[in-house]
Design a protein around this ligand. Structure first.
Ligand SMILES: Cc1cc2nc3c(=O)[nH]c(=O)nc-3n(C[C@H](O)[C@H](O)[C@H](O)COP(=O)(O)OP(=O)(O)OC[C@H]3O[C@@H](n4cnc5c(N)ncnc54)[C@H](O)[C@@H]3O)c2cc1C
Length: 443
């Protein structure tokens, strides 16, 4: 247990997003279930809120006055290739799971970034850019959750043992307790062919219009997203992208190389590429495709989900972040959804947003001094997409300045789902101990 005056307090509180620091009353570095239980009881007895930190990719509040439970030391991974089940502890990152599943030719429904926490990712939905349209959300494949609830007890929750809590946990994020372990199904993946096509920003209009028409017909085994990149001239940025504006078409396919190349041919022909990095990969290397920052950065982000993305929406995007827009946002990504992401989940859960056809994510990073300008640009970008946006959004997409009131969360979850979450919150956390999050208030 560390207090603000202790030497290691700031290290214990370190977050991946440097724009969202946490400064709790007490920081607890948990090494196992007993520590988590003790910390939850300590907080409950003193009526202090509990905040959970695994990696700090999605911090919602500064946790002032709270007991922060840092679960990052709890990161044991077990994979059973026969049952195709993975079991991870509460603070595990994807980069700790991928080598273990890969050695058995298996893959989890993981996201773009290897540094993201596995539990936070599942509790907020979990949209995989490679396996999502084939298998659905990561939350749809959770088999068991071990969780310390507000009474300090450890429960093993399955869809059969406690159907309401199980449903609420998967989508309701950290509102119901501290997850100490998660078990989920993993899938056979024989081969992966993927990488990026980089186009100079001046070709943005023809590439984006062509890509939009092409991408909607891709089979679920083959996926693509597109990102507008305005990256600084810094050593951590690949040399050919330093200080440039580029369009990054990301491509992944579980299909054989020849077939995938045939699918990709029309995009390769849209304009000259600055770089083509598409090649055969192991699934554990997939993070290299998406260029997410490997080390902590200050970042301001905001996202939404779209019902559709017609040609007028391409023009709206180009007007906001295209070559002549004067935009400063470093990263704006558009990702098609659909397939199994739109279908009924394999296990019941509270993940909202399934009717969305697309997700739009924008961020400005590296420049805390530009945070107000980034917020302004992101608000304008999402405003321009209002005609195609939907209210329901996967919780993983929410930033610290989105979904911060009950009225907003009711829209984000949809009324029926939100009311059920509130009822379950009343039952399992009536005093709202777990409120340093996108908070489902029990009142
Ligand atoms: C670069 C980047 C790429 C991403 N790519 C994707 C993607 O492809 N698909 C996708 O779906 N999402 C993606 N995300 C979103 C990501 O899934 C969420 O930000 C997720 O919440 C991160 O969890 P974390 O543990 O890393 O972060 P943290 O900030 O440590 O945790 C976020 C919240 O999750 C909850 N939480 C985490 N661990 C526990 C636990 N053990 N018990 C209880 N609650 C817990 C808490 O409410 C906590 O406040 C991405 C985010 C970033 C920054």
């Amino acid at each position: 247990m560390l207090l603000p005056t202790d030497a290691d307090y700031l290290t214990e509180c370190a977050t991946f997003n440097l724009m969202t620091p946490v400064r709790p009353a007490v920081a607890v570095g948990a090494t196992g279930v007993a520590d988590v239980r003790a910390a939850v009881r300590f907080a409950a007895e003193r009526d202090l809120p509990v905040a959970v930190l695994a990696t700090g990719h999605q911090v919602v509040g500064a946790a002032e006055g709270a007991v922060l439970i840092n679960v990052s030391r709890m990161n044991t991974v077990q994979v059973d290739p026969v049952s195709r089940l993975a079991r991870v502890e509460g603070g595990t990152r994807w980069q700790q799971v991928l080598p273990e599943t890969d050695r058995h030719g298996l893959a989890p429904v993981s996201g773009t970034s290897p540094t993201v926490g596995v539990v936070g990712y599942h509790l907020g939905g979990g949209a995989s850019p490679i396996l999502g349209r084939k298998h659905g959300y990561a939350a749809d494949h959770v088999q068991a959750v071990e969780i310390v609830t507000a009474d300090g007890e450890l429960c093993r929750v399955t869809a059969d043992s406690e159907p309401d809590l199980f449903w609420a946990l998967l989508g309701g994020k950290g509102n119901f307790g501290v997850v100490t372990a998660l078990e989920f199904t993993v899938f056979p993946v024989e081969s992966l062919y993927g990488g990026g096509l980089f186009f100079a920003g001046e070709h943005a209009a023809e590439v984006l219009h062509g890509w939009r028409e092409w991408v909607v017909d891709l089979p679920v085994e083959t996926n693509s997203s597109v990102a507008f990149l305005r990256l600084p001239a810094r050593p951590e940025v690949p040399e050919f992208l330093r200080g440039t504006f580029a369009l990054h078409v990301r491509f992944t396919s579980l299909q054989p190389r020849e077939k995938a190349d045939r699918l990709l041919a029309p995009i390769r022909a849209l304009a000259p590429t600055v770089r083509d990095t598409i090649t055969e990969l192991r699934y554990r290397e997939a993070g290299s495709i998406f260029l997410d920052p490997p080390t902590p950065v200050p970042s301001v982000a905001r996202s939404t989900m779209l019902r559709d993305f017609p040609a007028q929406a391409v023009d709206a995007l180009l007007a906001r972040v295209g070559p002549d827009s004067g935009a400063r946002l470093g990263f704006v990504e558009l990702r098609p959804l659909g397939g199994a992401l739109a279908g009924p989940p394999a296990v019941p859960n509270a993940v909202p947003g399934r009717s969305a056809g697309w997700q739009l994510f924008g961020s400005g990073g590296g420049r805390p001094d530009l945070a107000p300008a980034f917020r302004e640009e992101l608000t304008a970008l999402l405003g321009a997409f209002a005609p195609w946006a939907q209210d329901e959004i996967m919780p993983n997409l929410l930033s610290d300045w989105q979904g911060t009131t009950p009225a907003e969360l009711r829209l984000i979850y949809g009324s029926e789902r939100y009311d059920r979450l509130v009822a379950i919150k009343k039952r399992y956390d009536p005093h709202n101990l777990f409120r340093v999050n996108h908070n489902i208030t029990p009142a």
